[in-house]
Design a protein around this ligand. Structure first.
Ligand SMILES: Cc1cc2nc3c(=O)[nH]c(=O)nc-3n(C[C@H](O)[C@H](O)[C@H](O)COP(=O)(O)OP(=O)(O)OC[C@H]3O[C@@H](n4cnc5c(N)ncnc54)[C@H](O)[C@@H]3O)c2cc1C
Length: 487
């Protein structure tokens, strides 16, 4: 009998296996992966002197789980932050790239000067945003609402639609009118609840970091007005914290390699798609049926594959329905290896984002500006994000050549000539981006109840409690802890 079977060798599955074996080296753990490689969304490839992260290119360090994992794997000294030049971000406005104003944090303005000076936001939008500290907190803060509705309520419809939506929903390749604010950026709701205003909450945090004079604590309208006036007077820009992102210098693939290296021979079985999981009624509890016909008995099964794949495997109809109800978006990342001299744009930022009114392209990253060591001398590497909820059919219905042609046309429209690429690379991420839409947290509660009815079955990964790598690591560790707690 195999004690624990893990389905899916993405970051979640590999971390769960590692955490289990680390705590109990004698534990029999098997990871079954349908593809011929481990890593799931994480993949780094080298080509012609370029280093390409086809999926994620970094993780956020303000959620400490991924950094901690790197420490425990002994690869923390290989982590690097993006280059300082890449702190700048552009946003498309009327077909042109406009710099995101200094002092914008999570799409919330904390400085009036740059906000009023930017051509990115309409005058109505600027005024609306400047009045944010004066607006009372929402009456029912427990109610779920979309990212766009939340921002429209706090900073006005224009900033919500043109900046906050593409900036925040872009991380999910999602629609800002569908994604749940509470499931994606709960820290903004906390700011509203604690400070009555996002702007004042962020300003207080920045002042505390810089040791500057404090704004008055939360209070009634008079205190908010006083806070707003201080915002207008903001004497010196609050110190910018260091970049919240980190990645292994040689690409995100190194994280996956380090995890896979820790598993004993035979524990990771590639090219092994799981068909179903069945309850046995015996001590082994569960039986995993692999497409080839092989059966594995286990006391615990961790489904660390996408929710739509898990939905087709589970032994309970209600559970299958809830899993199948989690929506996904399909995206593609399209890479262009270019000669620096042929690219007209100065590439002086990490890249740009675009709202749906401006482009069918979601965003672009100027990879070799953002990261050290990604392109050989005299060359640059660019990445375009295509598809998502904005353009849902494009990835599924286009060939790689069509995707590359579309991305190149859009990049050249917005950035100017790119020259003749040395090569292009397309990575397809079909149904790979889970969408925590309004109602997601309620679904998670229903899911937890369904899973509890199947002893030994566990769910973890991007579909559930956070999509980022640190969220996946945290969930994997939590599952391992639950399994280890059982006799
Ligand atoms: C283009 C892109 C860019 C991203 N950028 C970032 C970023 O910069 N930072 C960040 O933190 N996050 C980013 N993310 C999100 C992050 O990559 C994912 O949330 C995370 O990698 C998910 O890991 P996972 O292990 O939960 O799932 P996956 O990586 O999806 O792994 C699940 C595994 O299950 C396998 N599987 C599926 N069906 C079966 C089956 N029947 N039997 C066996 N195995 C099966 C799959 O093949 C896959 O290997 C990005 C995602 C994408 C798509």
């Amino acid at each position: 009998m195999t004690r624990v079977v893990i389905v899916g060798a993405g970051v979640t599955g590999l971390t769960a296996a590692w955490a289990l074996r680390r705590a109990r080296p004698e534990l029999d753990v098997v990871v079954l992966e349908s593809r011929s490689r481990a890593g799931g969304n994480v993949i780094s490839v080298r080509e012609g002197g370029f280093l390409i992260d086809g999926g994620p290119d970094a993780f956020i360090r303000t959620k400490p789980d991924a950094v901690q994992l790197c420490r425990e794997l002994g690869i923390a000294d290989t982590l690097a932050a993006p280059r300082p030049e890449s702190r700048r971000v552009y946003v498309v406005r009327r077909g042109r790239l406009r710099e995101l104003p200094v002092g914008m944090s999570l799409a919330v303005p904390t400085r009036l000067g740059p906000l009023f000076g930017t051509p990115l936001v309409s005058w109505r939008g600027k005024l609306d945003a400047a009045l944010e500290p004066l607006r009372p907190a929402g009456r029912d803060l427990a109610e779920d609402e979309s990212i766009e509705d939340f921002f429209a309520r706090r900073v006005g419809r224009d900033l919500a639609r043109d900046v906050a939506g593409p900036l925040l929903a872009g991380i999910y390749a999602g629609n800002p009118r569908e994604l749940s604010l509470r499931a994606t950026f709960p820290q903004l709701l906390d700011l509203e609840a604690k400070h009555g205003s996002l702007t004042l909450g962020l300003l207080r945090a920045a002042r505390a970091r810089a040791g500057g004079p404090q704004l008055p604590p939360r209070g009634g309208f008079a205190a908010r007005l006083d806070g707003a006036l201080q915002l207008a007077r903001a004497p010196a820009p609050p110190a910018e914290p260091e970049s919240p992102f980190l990645a292994p210098r040689l690409g995100m693939g190194k994280l996956v390699e380090a995890l896979a290296r820790e598993l004993p021979p035979g524990a990771l079985r590639l090219g092994t798609p799981v068909r179903s999981v069945r309850v046995t009624g015996r001590a082994a509890r569960l039986e995993v049926l692999v497409e080839s016909g092989t059966r594995l008995e286990a006391r615990h099964v961790v489904l660390a594959c996408p929710a739509h794949a898990a939905s087709a495997m589970v032994p309970d109809e209600r559970l299958a329905r809830e899993l199948g109800g989690i929506e996904y978006a399909s995206t593609a990342t399209v890479f262009f290896a270019l000669d620096r001299a042929q690219v007209a744009h100065p590439l002086d930022a990490s890249g740009f984002i675009a709202s749906e009114r401006e482009s069918a392209l979601l965003a672009a990253t100027w990879v070799s500006t953002k990261w050290e060591g990604r392109a050989p001398a005299g060359s640059v590497l660019l990445r375009a994000f295509v598809g998502g909820r904005r353009d849902p059919r494009r990835v599924e219905t286009s060939t790689d050549e069509q995707l590359a042609r579309f991305a190149r046309r859009e990049l050249e429209r917005l950035m100017g000539p790119l020259g003749q690429p040395r090569f292009m690379r397309v990575f397809r991420w079909e149904r790979a981006n889970p969408q925590p839409v309004v109602g997601h947290l309620a679904r998670l509660k229903r899911l937890a109840a369904c899973v509890a009815a199947v002893p030994g079955l566990h769910l973890a990964g991007a579909a559930y409690d956070g999509v980022g790598i640190p969220d996946c690591v945290r969930q994997a560790r939590a599952v391992a802890t639950r399994i280890l707690a059982e006799p």
